[in-house]
Design a protein around this ligand. Structure first.
Ligand code: ZN
Length: 145
């Protein structure tokens, strides 16, 4: 399971829906793996506006990564670079050195880091969602539905 997934999941227990403690779920006893994924700044820059940044910072910290406290403001990249096929960015798509650093960090955290085994714990009810062989099980046992 990628860390990105944690940014879109909150506890499914009904009583937790209204609790701010049910998001994000907290990683516990995690075993991480790193996979090499082609660097795609366009994808990252499109993803960035949709992320809940404070939640991502929290989740990242739990996995041992430090992200800046405030969401980086990156220039919006366009598809031009992707369309040319050579992967080079044209002049409109150049990003500064600091932005590049942030993008590389996000790439490592969001794209290349995988939780192989572990748990995600709800801060409201304490329910533990298991992660086994990279797959998170977010189904609740029948007595909690
Ligand atoms: Zn809960």
């Amino acid at each position: 399971m990628k860390l990105l997934t944690a940014n879109f999941i909150s506890c499914a227990v009904k009583a937790c829906k209204s609790s701010s403690l049910s998001f994000p779920l907290h990683f516990k006893d995690v075993e991480l793996a790193s996979t090499s994924v082609p660097y795609n700044p366009l994808l990252l820059s499109n993803l960035l506006p949709r992320l809940d940044w404070p939640a991502l910072v929290t989740s990242s910290k739990e996995l041992g990564f430090t992200l800046p406290d405030t969401k980086p403001e990156l220039p919006r990249l366009t598809a031009t670079a992707a369309a040319t096929g050579d992967g080079d960015m044209n002049m409109d798509n150049t990003v500064g050195e600091d932005d590049e650093k942030t993008l590389k960090m996000l790439h490592k955290v969001l794209m290349e880091t995988e939780v192989v085994e572990g748990k995600m714990v709800c801060g409201s009810c304490g329910f533990e969602y298991g992660i086994h062989q990279t797959v998170g099980n977010f189904l609740l046992p029948s007595h909690l539905v």
